[in-house]
Write a protein that binds this ligand. Structure first.
Ligand code: ZN
Ligand code: ZN
Length: 510
């Protein structure tokens, strides 16, 4: 997935502070401050700084004009507008009815497919239940015992630096032993990334407006800064509508179930120059991308001004914020792990989960299971969310990886295998400092992502049982989410799960 860079100033020293979109922690490279990035799971607002000034924009329009039509034309006005876009990204998991040649559909791993970029959106089915789930944050609130949702966007976003070598190993070995669902349903995964207008400009003759965000640096939205430079166009598409729009696309016939994990919805204000010109007594408007300096569209009616200038009840903007990344209990420094959602204090051993703008304590335990490692080699512990359900039928506990792995399919497979097995184990209260020091793999997914994955896994298990028949709406609720670290055995390049013997390629853990 293409994670954009966010650029701002360090709240401690004022130095340039850069981090990847979706990061939960950052260290200032100038003053060394460790900072918690707040606003996770919320729809955060950003803007992109214009690179071209009004003169350059006008010159671009005149140049484009000359190569097109002959004749005198003159510029009669130039104005800068910040036009809002929604940007939705996530990791899309789908059960699809197996095709005649299973394997071709999903043969391109996400890391290799990601260059195909924006058009990666996939289908959303009305049968499909992921939209019936609370819009992000809601499930998390439930686990934290909150009644109201504090935000809407789901978090996450995979890493950079995907190594080709690891991909080829994963592909060569088919990633995990056996396809659990061959012949019935198969799992497809891909990254979802969509950018689309957050306002309607159809009254001004614009129905869609492409924006290339891939190489852009985002800045935290700041109304005063923007309104000095230009006009901020009101975002009048609601978050709910944006999510529906972002999740929607052509619906593949073969789609059985879909879950989008690690969803982030952001609002990005992109700068455009509106250049007004007169030609043969007629006035029209051209739109110039103020970053690339390219004329995006021309011959627009003057009514575009009204559309751009209209005021609507403006959405409340939320911005990422910063706080000292310290343990709320003892004040000790927490480790700067940008992708983690849980920070374990090395001093008082409490664990803290980022929740909106807060750190909340999250209990955790270690499973006591025999795991083998070579002498002198520490046993690696990997975190799982154990979700409990009170339903009479079906599994009572779901085991969902909280760690990140190069392929989500593998995590789904291991979750399925463990959930089928319903392993029994005793737990320890993490008092052994040797064990605690082995927490080298952090939690990338939170309880909400785990719940989405649990529903996905459950769907797959039902399909297996009923040969592809998807049951109609069946509610499931989770009564508790426990964070448990499981010891894995080391076998060559693999980490082997203690209950089902499934192997994870160590180098594919992110
Ligand atoms: Zn600093
Ligand atoms: Zn502490």
């Amino acid at each position: 997935m293409n994670r954009l860079d966010v650029s701002t100033e360090c709240p401690s020293c004022g130095g340039l502070l850069d981090f990847k979109e979706g990061s939960n922690a950052v260290q200032c490279r100038y003053c060394g401050s460790n900072l918690l990035v707040t606003g996770r799971k919320q729809v955060l607002s950003y803007y992109v700084e214009p690179k071209a000034d009004g003169h350059l924009a006008a010159a671009s329009v005149l140049t484009a004009r000359k190569s097109g039509r002959a004749g005198e034309c003159r510029i009669t006005g130039v104005r800068l507008y910040f036009i809002p876009y929604y940007r939705l990204s996530g990791h899309d998991l789908r059960w699809e009815r197996a095709t005649e040649d299973p394997g071709t559909e999903d043969s391109t791993p996400p890391a290799l497919a990601r260059n195909s970029a924006h058009a990666d959106a996939v289908g959303m089915d009305v049968r499909h239940r992921s939209l019936l789930l609370p819009l992000a944050g809601g499930l998390l609130d439930m686990f934290f015992g909150e009644s109201a949702s504090s935000g809407t966007a789901l978090p996450g976003a995979p890493s950079a630096g995907m190594l080709k070598e690891i991909e080829s190993v994963l592909r060569a070995r088919g990633d995990s032993p056996g396809n659990l669902f061959s012949g019935e349903a198969q799992l497809a995964e891909r990254y979802l990334e969509k950018n689309f207008l957050a306002c309607s400009l159809s009254g001004g003759g614009i129905y869609s407006l492409g924006v290339r965000t891939s190489a852009l640096a985002l800045r935290l939205f700041h109304e005063e800064t923007l309104s000095v430079q230009g006009r901020i166009v009101a975002a009048d598409v609601s978050i709910e509508a944006a999510l529906a729009r972002g999740m929607k696309a052509e619906l593949p016939e073969s789609l059985l179930y879909r879950a989008v994990i690690g969803r982030i919805l952001s609002l990005v204000y992109f700068p455009f120059w509106v250049v007004e010109l007169e030609y043969g007594g007629k006035r029209s408007l051209s739109l110039v991308d103020a970053v690339a300096r390219a004329v995006v569209t021309s011959d627009l009616p003057l009514s575009l001004y009204e559309v751009l200038d209209r005021t609507t009840a403006e959405a409340q903007h939320r911005r990422a914020g910063f706080r000292a990344l310290v343990c709320p209990n003892c004040g000790g420094d927490l480790p700067v792990k940008p992708d983690d959602v849980v920070f374990v204090c090395a001093f008082c051993v409490r664990a803290w989960q980022i929740y909106g703008g807060d750190l909340r304590e999250v209990p955790y335990r270690f499973a006591v299971v025999r795991a083998s490692a070579r002498e002198g080699e520490a046993v690696p512990y990997l975190p799982f969310w154990v979700l409990h359900t009170e339903r009479g039928d079906g599994p009572r506990r779901f085991f969902l990886p909280a760690f990140r792995y190069r392929r989500l399919k593998t995590l789904s497979d291991i979750a399925t295998a463990l959930t089928r097995t319903q392993p029994e184990y005793s737990v320890s209260e993490n008092t052994d400092s040797a064990v605690r020091s082995d927490i080298s793999y952090g939690c990338y997914y939170d309880q909400e992502d785990a719940a989405l994955l649990a529903l996905f896994v459950r769907e797959g298990m039902k399909m297996k049982q009923r040969a592809g028949v998807v049951e109609e709406k069946e509610e499931i609720s989770f009564s508790a989410a426990e964070l448990v670290w499981f010891p894995f055995s080391i076998k060559g390049p693999d980490l082997v799960d203690p209950f089902t013997g499934r192997a994870l390629l160590k180098n594919a853990l992110l």
